[in-house]
Design a protein around this ligand. Structure first.
Ligand SMILES: Nc1ncnc2c1ncn2[C@@H]1O[C@H](COP(=O)(O)OP(=O)(O)O)[C@@H](O)[C@H]1O
Ligand SMILES: Nc1ccn([C@H]2C[C@H](O)[C@@H](COP(=O)(O)OP(=O)(O)O)O2)c(=O)n1
Length: 680
């Protein structure tokens, strides 16, 4: 997951390949609650691991439900069988509507019938999301529910510690036209109190988001409760209902998450050697309503085929076709249509989307504002949005409103025909449902040739290149190439293979050829902070001064430099690279948009190295270090092949009087200037 302040997406050119998506949030949180309320043990496969499921899991544990992680990614939930092992708890539910609403209903009923008391709250935005209609329905039933902030909004106190009877003789009335989650919450909770008598729910107003109710009914059935319904206005839970574990439950991949990859396949040219995008884990027989996004995407021109558990998408009609669509049946996935609309041949109108206003953020306002930033013309109303594609695309920094879907949708804008980069602010907000969304996106996307950005940091030893490069890469979410480590690895590998690396031996062409062959087939693996040569962790050995000296010697051998070329180019991957070395800007990435040549005086550098070594407990003498460093500078700068020197277009940074943070800020400042992106 990217935890950077922002993530810059370079202009993207094509897409192709296969993605496996994380489990559905709606199914995951429903299954968790049902498993917890059931009699018996349930094993859950492919559960989504995200912010919203994590708050649900924590809440269930606080409520006394036993959860065990098993091999193979299974979660075992020991159900409480409609009982209440813990009678009092304060639950923090983040911004997870799929946890807040059903837990409110289930805990209200259990608190009232068993004499419990629970407080449920979340982050500030959760306390702005209405829940009054559900509270009203629960009060009708005789449940004590207090709104602890504003009336009609969380945080809530459920129950008062006293057991009381419920009024189950009359149908329970609940509004269905604001959020279908209130009805889902009651449907999930009421079987707990329908042992002796049937319970009926009447929906007031036109029910929205019906497909989500279908998911609820489907899962209730899996857990042993069959609800009968008259149209979408009256639901009856039969007498004698009780939840029974089905044993093993598989969570489908998230159909709403699939929408980004369906859109990707529809708007991206196919990458060479690929025939569009394949999505694994969700297919045409999905129980999720958002699978109907497929129909909407087809209307816009996507070529989508599929099987029960897999989808395949190719670009069909291009440009996409503008549509006018009632999106009530796909409220979440419809946001993706708004971004597809920017690639259409006219004006698209998405209607009946009033529920967008009460989601993670006011999504109509958010989508309108951000589409406009990219140059689109947007009209918005209480329950619609109308989008005309940009006549002239603008570079934009997309604000994401702590809303995962805004972030994921706008990543697709990186396919804009103007080939402008797109900045996504706060990319970690995707953690709500799809923590590795951007990694998945990058795994199937390709940039235009030469458009994966590279920042080169070259300079002499101990100037702080490694430190600076690592910090800049971390701030930008870019990959890191420590090219010196590759030469150090060659030195170590030569030592192991018994190939001499003293200067006299290296002058022998046979030795040089052997070294070149060794460098071409280095058995190197980078694993987090560790570097492996074959089956040996060489992370510490690599940093020894002797390894640096050996690296400096072998790096003068042209066969070695040539052998490492391709390996180094391979580091240039989405979303970008920071490369540190001696010839990054001059030889390896001559087209890099930013090249920094980092220096400091020899004395300063020797002092830094001294401090660094001493702090690691490695003995070192200043005089030796200074002499070695000067020798290394001389050799690196005077060799015939790729000598250390500033590229002609490099910016010089003498950090003798700067600390690390100041150097990092300087480079990020230069980078911001080159990115062409607005800060906000
Ligand atoms: N701007 C700076 N000011 C002071 N010390 C620095 C600065 N940059 C790096 N250092 C320190 O200098 C030492 C050498 O830095 P390093 O990144 O290993 O250099 P290089 O990769 O150029 O050999 C490290 O201990 C590092 O913390
Ligand atoms: N791109 C590069 C990187 C390093 N080298 C050589 C020259 C250097 O003295 C050695 C070791 O580099 P490294 O960056 O690890 O050394 P320092 O951390 O700067 O001490 O490798 C090179 O020739 N080209």
């Amino acid at each position: 997951m990217y935890t950077t302040e922002f993530l810059d997406l370079p202009p993207l050119a094509s897409a192709g390949g296969s993605v496996r998506l994380p489990g559905s949030k709606s199914i995951s949180n429903r299954v968790l609650l049902l498993a917890a309320l059931s009699e018996g043990c349930t094993e859950i496969a492919d559960l989504l691991d995200s912010d919203d499921t994590r708050v649900m899991l924590t809440a269930l544990e606080q409520l006394g439900c036993q959860l065990d992680r098993l091999d193979g990614g299974l979660l075992r939930v020991q159900g409480v069988g409609g009982q209440l092992p813990v009678r009092q708890a304060t639950l923090f539910l983040g911004n997870a509507g799929t946890a807040m609403r059903p837990l409110t209903a289930a805990l209200s009923l259990l608190a009232t019938t068993h004499g419990g008391c629970f407080e449920l709250g979340g982050i500030a935005r959760m306390h702005e999301r209405p829940i009054g209609d559900l509270v009203e329905a629960l009060r009708q039933l005789g449940c004590p529910v207090d709104c602890l902030g504003s009336e009609g909004y969380p945080p809530l106190r459920l129950g008062n510690g006293q057991a009381a009877d419920l009024h189950l003789d009359q149908p329970i009335r609940v509004r269905g036209d604001v959020s279908s989650q209130f009805l889902t919450a009651l449907l999930l909770a009421l079987p707990l109190v329908a042992r002796e008598r049937s319970v009926t729910i009447e929906v007031v107003g036109e029910l929205i988001s019906k497909p989500y109710i279908e998911i609820t009914l489907n899962l209730l059935q899996q857990f042993g409760v069959t609800v009968s319904r008259e149209g979408w206005s009256r639901f009856t839970i039969p007498a004698g209902s009780r939840y029974r574990s089905p044993g093993l439950v598989h969570v489908e991949a998230d159909a709403s998450s699939a929408s980004y990859f369906i859109a990707l396949g529809a708007l991206a040219p196919a990458s060479p050697g690929h025939d569009g995008i394949t999505i694994e884990g969700v297919g045409l027989s999905s129980i999720q309503g958002d699978i109907r996004f497929v129909e909407a995407a087809r209307l816009m021109g996507a070529d989508v085929s599929g099987e029960a558990n897999r989808l395949h998408i190719r670009r069909g009609r291009w440009p996409l076709k503008a549509i006018d669509l009632d999106c009530n049946h796909i409220p979440d996935a419809a946001m993706t249509l708004a971004v597809m609309a920017m690639f259409a041949d006219g004006t698209t109108t998405l209607r009946n989307i009033a529920s967008w206003r009460v989601k993670e953020t006011d999504r109509i306002a958010a989508m309108a504002t951000e589409c406009r930033k990219l140059g689109a013309t947007v009209e918005e109303g209480d329950d619609f949005i109308r989008i005309t594609p940009p006549a002239c695309w603008q570079p934009a920094s997309i604000h994401t409103y702590d809303d995962h879907r805004v972030a994921m949708c706008f990543s697709l804008a990186a396919f804009n025909p103007a080939q402008l980069p797109v900045r996504i602010q706060d990319p970690k907000c995707v953690a709500k449902t799809f923590p590795d969304y951007f990694e998945a996106l990058f795994s199937v996307c390709q940039a235009h040739p030469g458009q994966v950005p590279v920042i080169c940091v070259d300079g002499p030893t101990a100037s702080g290149k490694g430190t600076l490069a690592a910090a800049v890469a971390a701030r930008l979410g870019y990959h890191l190439l420590d090219s010196g480590a590759l030469y150090r690895l060659v030195g170590l590998a030569a030592d192991k293979a018994g190939i001499p690396t003293d200067e006299a031996s290296l002058a022998d062409p046979t030795t040089a050829d052997r070294l070149g062959a060794l460098a071409r087939s280095l058995p190197v693996r980078f694993e987090g902070e560790s570097t492996w040569l074959g089956d040996e962790d060489v992370s510490d050995a690599l940093r020894a001064e002797s390894a640096g000296m050996a690296a400096s010697r072998v790096s003068a051998v042209p066969q070695v430099r040539q052998a490492l070329l391709e390996l180094q180019h391979g580091f240039r991957r989405l979303p970008g690279l920071v490369a540190d070395g001696r010839d990054m800007g001059t030889v390896i990435f001559p087209d890099a948009p930013l090249k920094v040549y980092l220096t400091a005086s020899a004395e300063q550098r020797a002092q830094r190295r001294h401090k660094q070594l001493i702090s690691k407990g490695i003995p070192a003498r200043m005089e030796d270090l200074l002499a070695d460093l000067k020798a290394r500078d001389h050799r690196d700068m005077s060799r015939a092949h790729a000598p250390l020197k500033p590229a002609e277009d490099a910016l010089l940074l003498d950090n003798s009087s700067l600390d690390v943070e100041q150097s990092v800020c300087q480079v990020l400042d230069w980078w911001q200037g080159r990115s062409g992106l607005p800060v906000r």
